[in-house]
Design a protein around this ligand. Structure first.
Ligand code: ADP
Ligand code: MG
Ligand code: MG
Length: 921
């Protein structure tokens, strides 16, 4: 018989932290905390396998489940010395969902289950605290009504029927806070709630605890497929088949009076990464009161003053957890009449800044190794470090000018400027129109995630550092200022009032998520610390703590990666930046971009419009010194590093003017009739230019172009070499599908190289290679490698030609394609490993069979995408090439790919699952 139920309690659990797939994150960690001796109320977990069973069997359970649950419940009763449903000494439980990956607030939890009128009275007798009992009872009926009986509003403008009743009650009593209601009020609420349930559902509230329990279990499994959960899974790539577990845990009560409370905390600051205990708590409160933003919680540092012993206990647990998990943890705790209980722990979500600082600090503290540190930083997180920050002078001017509206919590660092919108659908809509928006809410809730994603920044009036807004913003890497209580937000009129000023929908504001400041209007930004050090050179590395962390991570990455990282750069200044970011060469220098530069487009057009070879050569002669100067600049900038230069690639019509006015001007400049220009431009028109007269085809029909370009490259190389610098030119012929194309071009290149060396009396080494970017090239790579000394996968074109999809026309169907999961991701962003990747593998295999020293790289957009970089590593390429700003990301991605190598095949599975546990966040 299959085991579905796993017990935990009294220092011993059936489960462990490694069993997340089976027990969900929450269940596995409750088990782990139990095992390491932390105070966890006893309970049991129904595994995710049951969720799978549930959905595969028309929402029914296996026969054995009832017995297993009953047995586990008995153990819990024994551990807690109370009995489920027994009015004299009742055990109450919570029923909590818990998927493998945490999905904050996405699925539903029910607290205080097991109460009915009789049990409640019994509990009053036992505790002598009727307010506590009826507070718990009304919460239970509300949660049960919302979650299990389906009373929770579906539409966002609707209000929870129970909240309406509470509001009415408070109004009647003239009070503001729930805590100001007394026992009798709570009791009355229970009655009113039950009445509402009867009215809305036609059924009475289930009084039998066992019925309640099974109802709740069903609802949690059911919630795996609610709309919010589905949307969340889509966004974070959580597969549907994972399923959720259900945790049933004996209740501990934070609402038993002023010696009780509940809180959430991070073992370090999740926004900045600083090594301080960071959290919030509320006394006399239960469950989600802290994160719900209804009352503003106290910072954990306050507990130190109010109850030093409790704080010390919690701080000990903090240290135990960090030592044990070797990571920053996110915890939930409850204090019941002076006793501390742990209710949850998981690896804490964090900003990119925090991720990097924590990883680096933990290496220093010897908690983790350099390798582990690398595994914990997602390459894309580095983007956040490179993002602009506010220009401090500008910000000061704004503040001095009276534009500081308010200050809230610095929940998500960074700088954001945008126009105010007051709800998530508006944020999405405005963003679609191309607007930059700041989503401004009293507080956010799980239905807002799409709108949050569409915003530059998020501003809330309520809620603390662990509120929904803060949590989600950190995960998304969004700028966020939370709990800015000075704001009076009015959803009805779409305005917010602060300091007597009215900010309307569409007005510009700026958020400094690092300091929590909210500023009226736009504030100019300036480059990040990393850029200030590396690119602008306006900051001394000594004065840049963020830069220093970045630098250490990069040093470690370079130690472990095997892929070389190059950059795509067409100009010396780009090359210099890329080198500062760690580029080890240029993987793609597009010569055609140079033709658009100052003074070059004229001769280029003359060349294109020429009638005869002679005319063409005349124009090319004008271009030669210009190109040579460009290449010299690049060789100088790269200072001996290899530079791959691609001969002209795009269709010629891209260089000529298409409007009459411009054509007439050109005709005048060239001293030829307008008609001639017009007809020549017309003759260049192609139906399908991407598959037309471009790439090496140009050089085959007009060999003099290749000749000029080769000469420019080699003369530049010779000149730089003569000045005493190293040069390593690599000439790359594009769009080759047939070895004869390449052989034809190679002959020209090698002849010119020989001529230049003889003329200049200097020797230099160089390579001739090709791009592999059409399927025939990949499939006949053995033939091609007989000529080519290197391959560079041009995966933009290779994806277009392999999929038969035009990148420029694909938006209309590719987005639905991805939604329909025909391709898991946009194949122009993330390499299609199955299709395009297979061609790449074939090309490498066939190519190296003929030429073992064949150098292989990639220069498509994919060269800066972490998943694609990983693939390039796995198929044994020599390098990837990407845009300068992606170089740090590619370095880290390459290191992580190398660290993921599994040497022996048989060892693959366990190694992988261990990694998955450590890396989860
Ligand atoms: P989520 O996954 O949304 O955080 P949880 O299952 O963690 O949901 O529960 C919601 C809240 O209820 C949390 O604050 C948690 O600490 C509290 N809670 C859950 N179970 C218990 C329990 N047995 N005793 C006291 N509080 C509980
Ligand atoms: Mg929780
Ligand atoms: Mg191409």
């Amino acid at each position: 018989m299959k085991k579905y139920v796993y017990y935990f309690g009294h220092g011993k659990a059936d489960g462990r932290a490694e069993m997340k797939a089976l027990l969900g994150g929450k269940g596995a960690n409750l088990a782990e905390m139990t095992n390491i001796g932390l105070p966890v109320p006893a309970g049991f977990t129904i595994s995710t396998e049951l969720c799978t069973y549930f959905y595969q069997n028309k929402k029914t359970y296996p026969k054995s489940l009832k017995g297993e649950v009953a047995a586990a419940l008995k153990k819990v009763e024994k551990a807690m010395g109370a009995k489920f449903g027994d009015p004299k000494n009742p055990l109450l439980v919570s029923v909590r969902s818990g998927a493998r990956a945490s999905m904050p607030g996405m699925m539903d939890t029910i607290l205080n289950l097991g109460l009915n009128d009789v049990v409640a009275e019994g509990l009053v007798k036992k505790t002598g605290n009727s307010r506590f009992v009826y507070d718990s009872y009304r919460r239970f009926v509300q949660m049960y009504g919302d979650v299990v009986l389906g009373l929770k509003p579906v539409h966002k403008d609707e209000i929870d029927p129970f909240e309406l009743i509470i509001e009415e009650k408070k109004r009647g009593k003239g009070v503001h806070l729930d805590t100001e209601l007394g026992a009798e009020d709570m009791k009355e609420l229970v009655g009113l709630f039950k009445k509402a349930i009867k009215e809305k559902t036609g059924h009475g509230f289930p009084e039998d605890p066992m019925t309640q329990l099974w109802g709740a279990i069903g609802a949690v499994f059911g919630s795996w497929n609610n709309e919010r959960a589905i949307a969340y899974r889509k966004m974070y790539d959580i597969p549907e088949w994972w399923g959720t577990a259900v945790n049933i845990q004996s209740m501990v009560f934070g609402n038993m009076g002023e010696d009780s409370g509940t809180g959430v905390a991070f073992t370090r600051d999740a926004a900045t990464g600083e090594n301080v205990f960071y959290g919030e708590y509320l006394m006399n409160a239960q469950g989600e009161d802290v994160v719900a933003g209804i009352r503003t919680p106290l910072p954990i540092s306050r507990m130190k003053e109010q109850d030093g012993k409790m704080y010390a206990h919690l701080d000990r647990i903090r240290k135990t957890l960090e030592k044990h998990y070797r990571d920053m943890m996110d915890i939930e705790f409850t204090i019941q009449q002076g006793r501390l209980y742990m209710l949850q722990c998981r690896v804490g979500k964090r900003t990119a800044f925090a991720a990097i600082k924590i990883a680096v600090d933990m290496v220093t503290e010897k908690l983790i190794t350099e390798k582990e540190a690398l595994a914990r930083i997602e390459p894309d997180q580095l983007n956040q470090l490179l993002r602009p920050v506010f220009d401090l002078k500008q910000k000061k001017a704004a503040v001095d000018g009276g534009r500081l509206l308010a200050k809230g919590l610095n929940a998500g660092p960074g700088a954001a400027t945008g126009r105010v919108v007051f709800n998530a659908p508006d944020a999405e809509e405005w963003k679609k129109r191309g607007e930059q928006v700041i989503l401004t809410r009293i507080e956010t809730s799980p239905e807002d995630i799409k709108g949050m994603d569409a915003s530059e920044g998020i501003l809330t009036a309520r809620g603390g550092m662990t509120s929904h807004a803060a949590l989600v913003a950190r995960q998304m890497g969004k700028v966020c200022v939370a709990g800015c209580s000075a704001l009076e937000i009015d959803y009805g009129t779409h305005t917010m009032t602060v300091k007597g000023k009215v900010v309307r929908e569409g007005d510009w504001i700026s958020l400094d998520g690092t300091t929590g400041e909210v500023i009226e209007g736009k504030v100019a930004t300036k480059p990040s610390e990393v850029l200030q050090v590396l690119v602008d050179r306006t900051l001394d590395p000594k004065d840049g703590p963020v830069y220093q962390q970045y630098a250490r991570i990069m040093t470690w990455a370079d130690k472990f990666r095997r892929l070389k990282i190059r950059t795509n750069a067409d100009q010396p200044d780009q090359a210099v930046n890329a080198v500062a970011f760690g580029a080890e060469g240029i993987g793609l220098c597009r010569t055609e971009h140079m033709f658009f530069g100052e003074g070059k487009i004229g001769p280029m057009r003359e060349m294109i419009l020429a009638d005869t070879e002679e005319e063409r050569r005349r124009a090319l002669a004008k271009l030669l010194p210009l190109q040579r100067a460009d290449f010299e600049g690049i060789f100088e900038a790269m200072d001996g590093r290899p530079v791959t230069i691609r001969t002209i690639d795009p269709p010629l019509h891209e260089f000529v003017p298409h409007e009459e006015g411009a054509q007439r001007k050109l005709a005048q400049q060239m001293g030829i009739p307008y008609e001639k220009v017009r007809s020549r431009v017309e003759s260049l028109h192609e139906f399908n230019p991407m598959l037309g007269f471009r790439g090496c085809r140009l050089g085959l029909v007009y060999p003099e172009i290749t000749e000029m370009q080769s000469r420019a490259i080699f003369e530049a190389a010779a000149n730089v070499k003569l000045r005493g610098k190293k040069v390593e030119p690599e000439v790359m012929i594009p769009l080759v599908g047939n070895v004869k194309e390449l052989a034809h071009q190679e002959k020209i290149v090698r002849r010119v190289a020989g001529e230049v060396m003889a003329e200049k009396k200097v020797k230099f080494t160089y390579l001739v290679g090709t791009m592999i970017e059409i399927p025939r090239g990949a499939i006949t790579a053995d033939e091609i490698a007989s000529v080519a000394e290197f391959f560079s996968f041009g995966t933009n074109d290779l994806t277009q030609t392999t999929l038969g999809v035009s990148r420029d026309d694909a938006a209309r169907f590719l987005i639905p394609y991805v939604e329909m999961e025909i391709y898991p991701k946009d194949p122009f962003e993330v390499l299609d490993r199955v299709g395009v990747g297979s061609l790449m593998k074939i090309a490498i295999e066939k190519g190296r069979a003929v030429r073992p020293t064949l150098k292989v790289g990639i220069c498509g957009e994919h060269g800066g995408d972490p998943s694609s970089v990983e693939f390039c590593h796995q198929i044994n390429q020599n390098y990837v090439s990407c845009s300068p700003f992606r170089v740090p990301i590619a370095r880290l991605a390459a290191a992580r790919a190398a660290l993921n190598d599994v040497p022996v095949k048989a060892a693959r599975k366990p190694a992988k699952s261990r990694r998955a546990v450590k890396r989860r966040r």
